[in-house]
Ligand binder design. Structure first.
Ligand code: CA
Ligand code: CA
Length: 217
């Protein structure tokens, strides 16, 4: 039968071939045969520009996020250090002091530095291993040019009752370099209990339990 199928003439054959090719092309395009995997220069430039805009918008937020993480970590460490010092005083029934020690093992007020917790048997603010005083914990110094203060005092001493001796209650204030609005605090009451500040009114800044905003210099 096939031998009887033939094109009437060359012109009609050409038209039919063209139509067939056109339909075939349409089908192949629909099915994605002509997809390319690369980018044109314009597509690449637009992509880079969009990426630049996204980065410019996201970077400050990312920076702030990282600073907040650093502060939360430090505040958590300070809180746990205070808690640990108090618990040790109660459980060991000894005076336990938390302070920055200088090279002579005497308490100073450089709270930015390394903080030590030790049993201070004679309550003289000096760590004396020769007198059977024991170093219980050490917290590394804060970093990134941030500041940490404990206003007015060079030590915190817990009595065996867990209370602060000689009314040494004050507030640790942690201020990150360049982000003074993000300052946070650990507050100590005379009873020796510690509290972390929190953002009570959800305005992005921490307050103490009385609603007073934590302020950085
Ligand atoms: Ca001592
Ligand atoms: Ca607030």
């Amino acid at each position: 039968m096939l031998k009887f199928i033939s094109y009437p003439n060359k012109k009609i054959k050409s038209v039919i071939d063209k139509r067939l090719n056109k339909n075939l092309s349409s089908i192949m395009i629909r099915r994605g045969y002509f997809k390319h995997n690369g980018f044109t220069l314009i597509e690449l430039m637009v992509g880079i520009a969009v990426l630049g805009i996204i980065t410019a918008i996201a970077m400050p937020n990312l920076n702030q996020f990282l600073v907040k993480m650093r502060i939360d970590n430090e505040i958590s460490q300070i809180y746990r250090l205070v808690l640990s010092a108090r618990n040790s005083a109660i459980s060991m029934e000894r005076n336990v002091t938390l302070c920055p020690l200088n090279t002579a093992n005497t308490c100073t007020n450089t709270w930015n530095g390394e903080l030590s917790v030790f049993i201070d048997l004679d309550n003289d603010n000096i760590y004396e291993p020769a007198n059977n005083e024991v170093l219980l914990k050490v917290k590394p110094a804060i970093q990134n040019n941030d500041t940490l203060t404990y206003a007015g005092f060079s030590r915190i001493t817990f009595a065996p009752t867990g209370q602060l001796s000689a009314a040494l209650n004050s507030t640790f204030i942690y201020c990150p370099q360049g982000f003074s609005d993000l300052g946070r605090a650990v507050l100590l009451s005379a009873s020796g209990r510690a509290y972390s500040s929190s953002d009570i009114d959800n305005d992005g800044k921490d307050e103490d339990r009385n609603g007073n905003e934590i302020t950085c210099p």
